[in-house]
Write a protein that binds this ligand. Structure first.
Ligand code: PLP
Length: 453
């Protein structure tokens, strides 16, 4: 066996990538990174990239935050690992649960920890199934989500995800129902106002529940802003329209805040930004500012009581991960929440969001940009062949992949998602770094659209 020499070749030879356009990587070579500086990452060849995706939305305090690294080191020295089984857990776990309930929109609640957002969604589904069965409703198992939603990759969370690529796994599992994505620009009908579109989606939800039978539905999950669907904020009044429908049918509403939690939309929660209170919150990513794999289910008062009653009946909740509530993860999360919420990071999102939007508004003058959309520090530009008719470019990823690759060559990392380019930089971004992001993106758009003209 010959040993490939370059880092790029070695990456390709021995590792499998997630969600990667392989022909493009084989042509261009992998980017192998060694370290970061603020919002920049540096590769093995010394190239520096402004990471306008915060890694995968999660490195919100940048790539070299000293306080966060110190919190991790301190905890590794003090108590480097423990579980949360058999009535034992670390002091850090206790403190983080108190903190999460304190910063939640709930007057009281309880927290369960996982290693990822996918597992947190799976855990929530199992909690609902367990709770409904214990209440004498074992048939209440169906899960409602929306097309374009991203809730993860485990068998259950991938079934919740509303993306056609899961067909290759024979997913979704039976009983996972996807409703219309609340993207007015793309799915609004000719002559339909945004308010009427929202009402149509609320009616669709009501009719779906009636058709399936409320007594067969376990819960409804939604991201306040669909992230990996291409940054899709809800249509006007969306949550205000659907929540009463869910309430009428007694169906719990779970906000998947894996991306929108802890400052991404400016507030602690996306549900605060969009003015609704869910029955539970799913958190991950920003929870540890990306420094530790951790997810959390935060239950509001009603689900806390109902789940607790179910647990009391059999005296156990038979679920948990070896690293649930890991003390190092909890110590990092406590520090991350403080850094993001109290040390000016979320405030920077609020302060710079108007400048972000201005920059995008200018880029959207381009005849091949159909729409810009977003909130806080999560935005997308959607490329179109024809602006008036909203006709997409040919091929699923080709145009956005070309733009993202051109940006990478210029030292800017941004993410192609469908026909859109997603920008979700770390919260520490300065105005000058934001300008750098827009200058590079502008050049890349000009180059690619000229090539495709
Ligand atoms: N939920 C949402 C809204 C996400 O964006 C993601 C990941 O991007 C997940 C869940 C899954 O999280 P993880 O990749 O940690 O499993």
């Amino acid at each position: 066996m010959t040993t490939p020499q370059s880092w790029e070749a070695r990456a390709d030879e021995y590792s499998l990538y997630g969600f990667t356009d392989l022909p493009s990587v084989h042509k261009r070579g992998a980017v192998v990174l060694t370290h970061g500086e603020g919002p920049y990452v540096v590769d093995v060849n010394g190239n520096r990239y402004l990471d306008a995706n915060s890694g995968l939305w999660n490195m919100v305090a940048g790539f070299d935050h000293k306080g966060l690294a110190q919190a991790a080191k301190d905890q590794y020295d003090r108590f480097p690992g423990y579980h949360a089984f058999f009535g034992r857990m670390s002091d850090q776990t206790v403190m983080l649960s108190e903190k999460l309930v304190e910063v939640s929109p709930f007057s009281r609640g309880k927290v369960f920890y996982t290693n990822s957002g996918s597992e947190a969604n799976d855990t929530m589904v199992k909690m609902l199934w367990f709770m409904h069965a214990s209440e004498g409703n074992p048939q209440k198992r169906k899960i409602l989500t929306r097309w374009n939603a991203y809730h993860g990759v485990t068998a259950v969370s991938a079934s919740m995800t509303g993306k056609p690529y899961n067909e290759v796994f024979g997913l979704p599992l039976p009983g996972f129902i996807h409703l219309t994505c609340p993207h007015y620009w793309r799915f609004g009908e000719e002559g339909e106002t945004e308010a009427a579109f929202t009402q149509r989606l609320a009616r669709e939800l009501d009719e779906t529940i009636q058709r399936e039978g409320a007594d067969t539905i376990a819960g409804f999950f939604a991201e306040p802003v669909q992230g990996a669907g291409g940054v899709i904020p809800p249509s006007e009044g969306y949550f205000q329209a659907i929540l009463p429908v869910l309430k009428k049918h007694g169906i719990p509403m779970i906000a998947d805040e894996v991306i929108t939690g802890f400052g991404r939309t400016g507030n602690t929660w996306g549900s605060v930004t969009y003015d609704f209170v869910p029955d539970a919150i799913i958190s991950s990513k920003n929870l540890t500012a990306g420094l530790f794999p951790m997810g959390a289910v935060i239950l509001g008062p009603e689900l806390t009581d109902r789940l607790q009653a179910a647990i009391d009946k059999i005296e156990e909740f038979p679920h948990g991960f070896t690293a649930s509530g890991h003390p190092v993860g909890c110590a990092i999360a406590l520090k991350a929440i403080d850094v993001v919420m109290n040390e000016g990071l979320a405030q920077n999102v609020i302060d710079l969001a108007p400048r972000f939007e201005d920059g995008l508004r200018q880029l959207a003058q381009n005849p091949n940009i159909g729409e810009y959309r977003g909130v806080g520090f999560m935005w997308a530009l959607e490329a179109v062949r024809d602006k008036a008719t909203k006709t997409p470019f040919e091929g699923h990823l080709s145009v956005s992949e070309r733009i993202a690759n051109t940006c990478t060559d210029m030292g800017l990392i941004c993410r192609p998602l469908g026909q859109s380019i997603v920008l979700c930089p770390p919260f520490i971004l300065t105005p000058a770094q934001m300008d750098e992001m827009f200058e590079k993106l502008d050049k890349a758009l000009g180059k690619v659209f000229a090539e495709l003209a």
